[in-house]
Write a protein that binds this ligand. Sequence first.
Ligand SMILES: [Zn+2]
Ligand SMILES: [Zn+2]
Ligand SMILES: [Zn+2]
Length: 133
Amino acid sequence: MPKTVSLNTKCPHCGKSFMDEEFKLHDVASIKLNIETASNRGTIRLCSTYGCYDHVCDFDLKESEIAKFYCPHCNKELVCKDNCETCDAPMIPLTLKLGGKVFICSRHGCSNHFVAFEDLATEVRKFYHEYGF
Ligand SMILES: [Zn+2]
Ligand SMILES: [Zn+2]
Ligand SMILES: [Zn+2]
């Protein structure tokens, strides 16, 4: 069995944790964000297991719909300058507690996401130490 990695994320603006211990997905704390589409606004919880795309949203997301994501603490929008390499929708940046960021695609149904480290050497070392790859 490969070890699964649970990403501990926080807001790039206010630094508060996105992790919701009360609402677990696949036995790990979910990532709680506010979500807005053309027709709805609500809360979404993403599975924090890296490589898993499961999520629970309190309204129905349409296939291929692009959503906007906001911090549930400071309400600032989570945006970055990069677009998805697969579908060209905006990517959503989530800061990792260990340093670096994970980017997820804002288009429902697109499974593109990747982890990026700003200080590669030390952050990758911390990451490997924490998750024991
Ligand atoms: Zn915030
Ligand atoms: Zn999962
Ligand atoms: Zn995409």
